[in-house]
Design a protein around this ligand. Structure first.
Ligand SMILES: Nc1ncnc2c1ncn2[C@@H]1O[C@H](COP(=O)(O)OP(=O)(O)OP(=O)(O)O)[C@@H](O)[C@H]1O
Length: 245
């Protein structure tokens, strides 16, 4: 049987191929051009840091590639399949099975323990880790039955990371995961992300305002005014514990 026709024209081995990705909020004279035609290929298992001034388009980019928002124009291919052409139920499936999000504020349920917060996700995933496994991966095996109010900010963020990783996503999108943390605590959180990336091969896209954090990545992307103005590989990726800021 003939292969189905596809408009795919990216690199075949890329996890993501992104072509002409454009986002305009609003219209007419007040329209905001948040993304102005981004072209990019991202390989599997890489740790990618996104830098750029406030308003440069980083979160918009992450939200579209993560299936949380629609593009105005352009295409995003995930494993050769065009995400930007998917209907709502297929997009929900992509969000549920393939990707996870970690945000600056941890969004934990205050009335549930660490274990129960992670179980919220493992109960609806296809092939999840147990909450205990996921929490051990971020070094919280001794905090299973603590409530968020009994945990430090860094520990709460690690619960959020355990919740994100427990469904074994292919990709983790992290929007300023250390933005609310001091540097020492931030390093512990980054270490958890680094370990997940190295051990499970989870492709990780991490937004930060802290240029130092780019040193722990394989690749640095810098946004300015909706455009990608720098895209460089980092051959000497270093461990988060060696980062100083
Ligand atoms: N829902 C929206 N409606 C209108 N404009 C928006 C919306 N979301 C973002 N924008 C605008 O789009 C541009 C890009 O915003 P975005 O949040 O992607 O930037 P960012 O680089 O992530 O910024 P920050 O580092 O402050 O989070 C900004 O000018 C912003 O004001």
């Amino acid at each position: 049987m003939a292969e189905p026709e596809t408009s795919f024209s990216g690199q075949e081995d890329s996890l993501y191929s992104i072509r002409g990705l454009t986002k305009v909020y609003g219209e007419g004279p007040t329209a905001v051009h948040a993304l102005r035609g981004i072209d990019l290929d991202l390989p599997r298992s890489s740790m990618v840091v996104l830098l750029g001034a406030s308003g440069s388009g980083k979160s918009t980019f992450l939200n579209i590639v993560g299936g949380l928002d629609d593009a105005t124009d352009g295409q995003v291919f995930f494993e050769g399949r065009e995400l930007t052409a998917l209907g709502p139920s297929e997009l929900t499936e992509y969000r549920r099975n393939s990707v996870s999000f970690v945000f600056q504020f941890y969004n934990l349920v205050a009335s549930l323990t660490a274990r129960e917060n992670v179980a919220l996700i493992t109960e609806i995933a296809d092939d999840p880790m147990t909450p205990e496994e996921a929490l051990a991966l971020v070094g919280l095996e001794k905090r299973l039955d603590h409530f968020p109010s009994q945990l430090s900010g860094g520990e709460q963020q690690r619960v959020a990371i355990a919740r994100a990783v427990a469904k074994r996503p292919k990709v983790m999108f992290c929007d300023e995961p250390t933005g609310a943390l001091d540097s020492q605590t931030g390093v512990i959180v980054l270490d958890a992300l680094d370990q997940i990336n190295r051990e499970l091969g989870t492709t990780t896209l991490l937004i930060t305002h802290n240029v130092v954090i780019a040193e722990m990545a394989d690749r640095l992307l810098r946004f300015a005014d909706g455009a990608l103005v720098e895209d460089r590989n980092n051959p000497q990726r270093i461990a988060p514990s060696e980062l100083k800021w």
